[in-house]
Structures are given as structure tokens and as C-alpha cells.
Design a protein around this ligand. Sequence first.
Ligand code: AMP
Length: 223
Amino acid sequence: MQSSRAVVFLGAPGSGKGTQSSLLASQLGVPCFSTGDLLRSEARANTPDAFRLRQLLASGALVADELVCSAVAARLRRRDSQSGVILDGFPRTVEQAQFLDAVLDDMGWARPIVMHLDVSAEGLLKRLGGRRQCAACGAVYNLHSRQSLRGSRCELDGGALVERDDDRREIILRRFEEFARSSAPLIRYYAKAEYVRVNGDRPVNLVAEELLAVAHGAVLAAA
Ligand code: AMP
């Protein structure tokens, strides 16, 4: 990115935020920060706090704003974020969006570019049901669209591929409800921002091309 911008992704669980945000980050040459990945890795520790976090994540509920907000602020201020950053899974509430605006403003950055991945309910359920993640490194595969070349093992480190605890059907439904409740106010909050809604039901490469074009267009428009 020529001028420093943050890109945030909105989308229901399974909408492809993780895949598309990391693709866009590598195409733009900026880091990608996933609050979900951070929380899952913190939840692996052998402490009472990590145990509580594991239970919360497995329930599909949102983690307290303070925890994610301070992690995002610290990540934004790291040296390698200076030319821009992609946020996957943050903000999820209006309070988090206001916090992000304040941090960006303090850093002298513009408001974020908001990319909303829109996927049909049918598409979301299919993707989440097929999602498998390496228990060791967290790499993501999908039984329908991105199988591991090593079967039930991770291509990168041979770790076992497992379902995420929160990808069970009843938890998925809870996470959908959570998204439905929190996304409408967030979309309203971003009404005057650079907000784009993208049809995420298409193949990964087509969605990625459109997002890249949007990111380039937004940067040029802001320059
Ligand atoms: P994700 O990997 O983005 O689907 O996030 C997995 C889980 O992490 C969510 O269901 C929440 O429990 C938690 N989480 C991730 N990002 C946030 C956030 N910005 N605010 C609160 N909880 C979050």
C-alpha cells in the first residue's frame, strides 16, 4: 500500500475472511493480523486464564473488547505495520470500531477500508462443515475446496487436521446469530467510510482479484 491504511474484513463465520485477508496481505506486502488466531494460540497455554478462554471460544461467544482491543493496538504500533495492515476478525462491535478509529487517528492514518464478504447461508454451512485446521500450526484446509495433499495431515508440518471446536453445528448457529446481531450496527457505523460489499460465493481467486482491485482503488482515491 502506498499510503498507510488498515483494511478490515467483515463477514459471517466461514465467509472466507481468513483466506482472503491473508491473500490480500501477501499481495499488498503488508502483515495480516487475525484476532481469532491470536486468541486460539493464547487459549493453548496451560493456565486458568487460557482454560477460561478455551471454554469461551468453544461456546462461540465474543471475547471481552479490552482483551482484543489492546492486542490490536499493540499490533498496529509494531514497526512492520508501518506501511499498512490487514485485520481479520476485528472489529466485531461498534465499540471496537470506534476504538480502531481512535488508534488510527492517533497514528495519523485515515479510517480503514472496509471489505464485507457476503456469502449465502448455504455456502457458509458447507464451508464450515468442511473446514479442517492443523492442530500444530493452525494452517487451514477444506474438504470441499482445499484438501491437504497429505490427507488428514498438514502439508506444512504433518500435524493432525482437526475440526475447530467452534465449527460444530450448534456452535456455528450461535456464531451466525452473534454475527447477525453485531454486523448491522457495524455496517451502519461504516456507512460513510470506504465500505465495499463483495459477493463471496464465487471461487477464491475471483473474490481475491476483486478485493485487490478495491484495495488499489481505495489507496489511489486517498492519495
Ligand atoms: P474467528 O477466527 O475470527 O472466527 O474468531 C473465532 C472466535 O474468536 C470468535 O468466535 C470469538 O469468540 C473470538 N474473537 C475473534 N475476534 C474477536 C473480536 N474482534 N472480538 C471478540 N471476540 C473475538
